[in-house]
Design a protein around this ligand. Structure first.
Ligand SMILES: C[S@@+](CC[C@H](N)C(=O)[O-])C[C@H]1O[C@@H](n2cnc3c(N)ncnc32)[C@H](O)[C@@H]1O
Length: 454
C-alpha cells in the first residue's frame, strides 16, 4: 500500500491529483498544491466525495444522514432508530458504506458510560471514527485495503501530539473485524488537523473526512480558494474547491482552516490544532502590531473611529461595478482596536438586532461599518462578504418600503441595487452550494421585487 507518496519519491503523479494541480514540496508542510495553469475566479479546482461524514446533533432528524439534504419526510432506521434517511436509496447507500457494521451495537455504544463521559466534540469524533472504521471493514481486504482514499487517509500528516490525540481512551462502536490498534491511533491522530466542517450557506451542518483535499491543501488566512459542499440525491456529500480570484500558473492553492475573521485567537488555534505558525501577510502584520488596543468606551470616540474605518475602506466609492479592496497592512494604527474579535461580533449583533427591530438607520450604519471590516479582513470574493451584502440589500429594501411614499428616497433604492448587484457578483464566484434555498434564490427574488417597483 502506498502510504507515503511525496514529490521526491515518484515521477508520475498519482491519479487522485486532478489535472488543475500538481504537488510541489513545501518547506514546512511537506507538500503544497500548485496550479498547473491559469484559473479564473469560480473555477472548480477539485471535486472529491467524502470518505465518511457525520451530521451535527442540531441537524439530526431534519437532514438525511446519508445525503445531508433537508427532508420533512425522513424515514428512521428500524434497526437502531438513530439514523434517518430520505428513502430506501439513501438508506441502502449508507448501509453499504458503514451502517451495516454499526446498526446493532450503535445504541449500547452511545449509551455507554464511556461514550456519555465524552465532551460533545469528542462524541462527534468518536462516531465519525466509527463510521470511518466501519467503512474500511467493508473495503476489499479491510484494514489491508489498497483503496485509493484509504491509502491517502493513512498518508496524511498527523496533528500535533497532545493527550486527546491518542485514541486509546476514545470509545468506538464495536466493529467486526476490530481495527488493529495502530490503524485506530493513526487515523484518529489525523482527525484534528485534517477533517472539515461541512456547511450550507455558512452554517455548519456536519463534519467530514475528505482525504484527497486534506492531502492537497495547506492553510492561508488570505486564501485564494474555498471549499463548498454539494448535496445531491444521488450520493453522499461532495466537496468542491473553487478559486476565489485569478490564480496564476505555479501559484500555491490554499484554503482557510478557520474563519479569517478570527484575528486574535487564530495563532493559538493554528498552533494547538494544526501544529504550525502561519506566515501569511496577514499574520505577519498582526504579529508586528502586537496585542490589539482596547476599544474606546465613549460613544462619540467609537463613532468617529467607525467613520474613519469606512473612509479607510473607501466605502463611499462603492459602485455596483467593483468593491474596494483595502489593504490590512496599511490600516492606520488608530483603527487597530477595531480589529478585536469582540468588536466584529458586537457589530454583527447590532446590525441583526436593528434590522430585526426595523431600526433601519441604526442597521444600515452598523451594517456598512461591518462591511468595511469584512473588506479588510476577508479575502476578495469571500462568501461572508457576499452574504453580508445580501443582508444589507434586504435591510435597505425594507427601509425603502417601510418609508412613507413622500419620504421614499431614490438614493435608498439605488443602494438596494448596488448591494444586490455586488452580492450577486461575490456569491456567484462560489456558486450554488449546500441547500437549494440559498442566497442566489433570494437575490433573484429581491431583484424581481425591485424591478416590479420600478
Ligand atoms: C491538511 S494537511 C495539509 C497537507 C500537507 N501539506 C501534506 O503534505 O499532506 C495539514 C497539515 O499541513 C501543515 N500545514 C498546512 N498549512 C500550513 C502552513 N500554512 N504552514 C505550515 N504548515 C502547514 C500542518 O502540519 C498541518 O497540520
Amino acid at each position: 500500500m502506498d502510504h507515503g507518496w511525496t514529490m521526491a519519491s515518484k515521477q508520475n503523479p498519482p491519479r487522485w491529483i486532478p489535472n488543475t494541480l500538481r504537488l510541489a514540496s513545501h518547506e514546512n508542510a511537506r507538500d503544497k498544491a500548485v496550479a498547473t495553469g491559469h484559473l479564473d475566479p469560480g473555477s472548480s479546482i477539485l471535486k472529491t466525495p467524502a470518505f465518511a461524514t457525520i451530521l451535527l446533533d442540531s441537524e439530526k432528524g431534519r437532514r438525511c444522514d446519508h445525503c445531508f439534504r433537508k427532508n420533512a419526510g425522513l424515514k428512521k432506521c428500524t434497526g437502531c432508530g438513530s439514523y434517518w434517511y430520505c428513502d430506501a436509496h439513501c438508506q441502502a447507500a449508507q448501509w453499504q458504506a458503514h451502517h451495516k457494521r454499526l446498526c446493532k451495537a450503535f445504541n449500547s455504544y452511545t449509551s455507554s458510560t464511556a461514550f456519555q463521559a465524552l465532551q460533545r466534540h469528542e462524541k462527534y469524533d468518536s462516531i465519525l471514527l466509527s463510521h470511518v472504521l466501519a467503512h474500511i471493514t467493508l473495503l476489499p481486504d479491510a484494514y489491508a485495503s489498497e483503496d485509493m482514499m484509504y491509502s491517502v487517509l493513512l498518508s496524511l500528516l498527523p496533528g500535533p501530539q497532545h493527550p486527546s490525540n491518542t485514541a486509546s481512551d476514545l470509545p468506538i462502536c464495536p466493529i467486526r473485524p476490530p481495527p488493529p490498534p495502530d490503524i485506530l491511533r493513526k487515523i484518529y491522530a489525523r482527525f484534528g488537523n485534517n477533517n472539515f466542517a461541512i456547511h450550507s450557506h455558512l452554517t455548519s451542518i456536519g463534519h467530514g473526512v475528505f482525504p484527497i483535499a486534506s492531502r492537497l491543501f495547506n492553510h492561508s488566512c488570505v486564501p485564494n480558494a474555498a471549499a463548498k459542499y454539494i448535496l445531491s440525491p444521488t450520493g453522499s456529500v461532495t466537496m468542491d474547491v473553487v478559486a476565489l480570484r485569478i490564480i496564476a500558473p505555479g501559484e500555491e492553492i490554499c484554503l482557510p482552516y478557520l474563519d479569517p475573521g478570527l484575528l486574535q485567537t487564530r495563532e493559538q488555534i493554528l498552533e494547538l490544532s494544526y501544529g504550525f505558525k502561519c506566515d501569511c501577510v496577514f499574520c505577519c502584520f498582526l504579529r508586528k502590531i502586537g496585542p490589539l488596543p482596547e476599544i474606546p468606551e465613549g460613544e462619540k470616540e467609537l463613532s468617529s473611529l467607525e467613520e474613519q474605518l469606512t473612509s479607510f475602506a473607501n466605502i463611499s466609492s462603492i459602485s455596483e461595478l467593483k468593491l474596494p479592496n483595502p489593504s490590512i497592512e496599511k490600516t492606520p494604527s488608530v483603527l487597530h482596536c477595531l480589529l478585536r474579535e469582540s468588536y466584529m461580533t458586537k457589530l454583527s449583533e447590532t446590525f441583526s438586532k436593528a434590522s430585526h427591530e426595523q431600526k433601519y438607520d441604526v442597521a444600515l450604519k452598523s451594517g456598512i461599518t461591518l462591511l468595511s471590516l469584512y473588506l479588510l479582513v476577508y479575502p476578495e470574493n469571500y462568501p461572508q462578504i457576499g452574504m453580508h451584502l445580501l443582508e444589507l440589500a434586504k435591510t435597505a429594501w425594507n427601509a425603502t418600503i417601510s418609508a412613507s411614499s413622500d419620504r421614499f428616497p431614490q438614493e435608498m433604492r439605488r443602494r438596494v441595487e448596488v448591494f444586490l448587484t455586488l452580492a450577486f457578483q461575490v456569491l456567484t464566484i462560489l456558486g450554488d452550494e449546500g441547500d437549494s434555498d440559498g442566497p442566489m434564490e433570494k437575490i433573484t427574488l429581491l431583484g424581481g421585487l425591485l424591478a416590479a417597483e420600478a
